[in-house]
Design a protein around this ligand. Structure first.
Ligand SMILES: [Zn+2]
Length: 155
C-alpha cells in the first residue's frame, strides 16, 4: 500500500499520516492500493465528481482513497480513518457482518454523528473513525462500540 503526495499540503505531515494508518489492524488495509492526497480543484479539472461536504473519497474501482481536504490538524485523523472505514465496509468485512450493521446495529441507537445520520454506510465510517482514534469517543453508543471492538477491530 502506498501513501502518496501528502507532502503537497502542510496541515499534517506525511509521517503523521503513515503513523495513523500503521496504527490500524493489518487486515483492514489488505488489498488497499493507495492513499493519495490531491487538492479538490485538481480533481474537478479531471472531472472526478466530489461532493461539497466531503473531505475524501474511496474509489472501489481503483481500491484507492483520495483525500482532498484535511481541514485542520485536529480533524485529519478523523478524515483519513473515515475513508478507510468505507474501504473496510466495502472490501474487508464479510456480508454477514455488513448485514448485521445495516439491519440491526445501525438502528440500535442514534447515529454516532450528524453525518452518520445520512445512512448506515456513513454511520459505519463515522463509528470506525471515532473508534480508531479512541474507543471512548463512541462510549455513548455501547452497542456500536462493542460491534467495533468485537467484529471489526479484533480482525
Ligand atoms: Zn463517507
Amino acid at each position: 500500500m502506498i501513501i502518496k503526495d501528502f507532502n503537497r499540503q502542510s496541515i499534517v505531515s506525511p509521517e503523521a499520516v503513515a503513523a495513523y494508518v500503521n496504527a490500524l489492524p493489518r487486515a483492514h488495509l489488505r488489498g488497499l492500493q493507495t492513499i493519495l492526497y490531491k487538492p479538490a480543484h485538481e480533481l474537478r479539472q479531471l472531472h472526478i465528481p466530489i461532493e461539497q461536504s466531503c473531505k475524501g473519497a474511496f474509489f472501489p474501482e481503483f481500491q484507492s482513497i483520495i483525500i482532498f481536504n484535511l481541514v485542520d490538524k485536529s480533524l485529519a485523523p478523523h478524515i483519513i480513518y473515515h475513508e478507510i472505514g468505507h474501504y473496510v465496509f466495502h472490501r474487508v468485512i464479510n456480508s454477514y457482518v455488513k448485514k448485521e450493521w445495516t439491519t440491526r446495529i445501525y438502528s440500535s441507537s442514534p447515529p454516532v454523528s450528524v453525518y452518520g445520520g445520512r445512512n448506515p454506510v456513513e454511520d459505519f465510517a463515522e463509528a470506525y473513525a471515532f473508534y480508531a482514534q479512541d474507543p471512548q469517543l463512541i462510549a455513548k453508543n455501547p452497542v456500536k462500540q462493542r460491534f467495533m471492538r468485537n467484529k471489526i477491530f479484533s480482525m
